[in-house]
Design a protein around this ligand. Structure first.
Ligand code: NAD
Ligand code: LMR
Length: 338
């Protein structure tokens, strides 16, 4: 009797695999980097998601422990664990949605771009696996710097001949989650009632909250606008500094990742009116990628929405965001094409 029967290469004693093989309901989801700071709480929350029938947990370390632990939860999703590069293809085969939080996080004093040298190669390898084993899966890319890793993934998929811009989404939900929270704090509202569109990208000035478009409609003083914009743009750094060398946002990120993944799965199921912000291939600006609201459907990001009316403060912010984004996108593309 294997001690960890949920790992690839082992088997569980069971009369019938009614959930994993039936294929009748639920989606197959893989998490790459599942044993990490984000990966673990994300895996737990996805194990609790009723839309998930099969959950594959892949990492280069520690996935057996995380898999054994989560597989004892009496929720519907069947969990299987995969360890190391030789098991990547098995982890990915047949998946509907692949969530990628693999890679190193920031320490105080670092920018997200400082992670490029390590994370670019990790994302490239994982996306080559996706192109080979589940080319039709939706990909939710979390690994930083998102402004460059999404263009890297796009180039990997183009090279493999599998690129569909609708299915590649950079996860910027944490910016929206933070914006909702901080705006609600200022206004004295319940954050669940607040919706702030955050556009641009996912680093510093590229994170552009559109406070003029907050729902419910409200207005801000110039002091509030400055405070909120800076706090939202620096939310990640706030956590990195508070963790003092022990990593970056993991718990709020896992929450945000599940919020976004759940929206993608509801879109795949055919639910109507699923709209979230994400960093996607875009014609909204002159840049090839940009984060805006997108409509999620059976084939991924089926519609990319325009920015809507901006005020002067936001127009200035947009120009700054585009300037930085252009370089980050180009850096990602060049990593594959040069
Ligand atoms: P972490 O170090 O705690 O976990 C990363 C995991 O990735 C580890 O378990 C590691 O073993 C694994 N890993 C490394 N190389 C791998 C490979 N080749 N294949 C599979 N797994 C591999 O880091 P974390 O705190 O979970 O953060 C992960 C990434 O997410 C970082 O790049 C971080 O900057 C980013 N992040 C993004 C957002 C966002 O809003 N998009 C938010 C927070 C963090
Ligand atoms: C975040 O916004 O929390 C993440 O991008 C992690 C980081 O490095 O700030």
């Amino acid at each position: 009797q294997p001690l960890n029967p949920q790992m690839e290469g082992s088997s569980v004693l069971r009369r019938a695999d009614c959930r994993a093989k039936g294929g009748s309901s639920g989606f197959k989801v893989a998490i790459l980097g599942a044993a990490g700071g984000i990966g673990q709480p994300l895996a737990m929350l996805m194990k609790m998601n009723p839309l998930v029938s099969v959950l594959h947990l892949y990492d280069v370390v520690n996935s057996p422990g995380v898999t054994a632990d989560l597989s004892h939860m009496d929720t519907g999703a069947v969990v299987r664990g995969f360890l190391g590069q030789p098991q990547l293809e098995s982890a990915l085969t047949g998946m509907d949605l692949v969530i990628i939080p693999a890679g190193v996080p920031r320490k105080p004093g670092m920018t997200r771009d400082d992670l490029f040298n390590i994370n670019a190669g990790i994302v490239k390898t994982l996306c080559e696996g996706v192109a080979k084993c589940c080319p039709n899966a939706i990909v939710n890319l979390i690994s930083n710097p998102v402004n460059s890793t999404v263009p890297i993934a796009a180039e990997v998929f183009k090279k493999a001949g599998t690129y569909d811009p609708k299915r590649l989404l950079g996860v910027t939900t944490l910016d929206v989650v933070r914006a909702n929270t901080f705006v609600a704090e200022v206004l004295g509202l319940d954050p669940r009632e607040v919706n702030v569109p955050v556009v641009g990208g996912h680093a510093g000035v590229t994170i552009l909250p559109l406070l003029s478009q907050v729902k419910p409609p409200c207005s801000f003083t110039p002091e509030e606008t400055n405070y909120l914009t800076n706090r939202i743009q620096n939310g990640g750094t706030e956590v990195v500094e508070a963790k003092a060398g022990a990593g970056s946002a993991t718990l709020s990120m896992a929450y945000a990742a599940v919020k976004f993944a759940d929206a993608c799965l509801r879109g795949l199921r055919g639910d109507a009116g699923i709209v979230e912000c994400a960093f996607v291939a875009s014609q909204v600006t002159e840049l090839p990628f940009f984060a805006t609201k997108v409509q999620l459907g059976r084939t991924g990001a089926e519609e990319v929405f325009q920015l809507g009316p901006l005020n002067e403060y936001e127009r200035v912010g947009l120009e700054k965001a585009k300037e930085e984004l252009a370089g980050s996108i180009q850096k990602g593309i060049a990593f594959i094409t040069k």
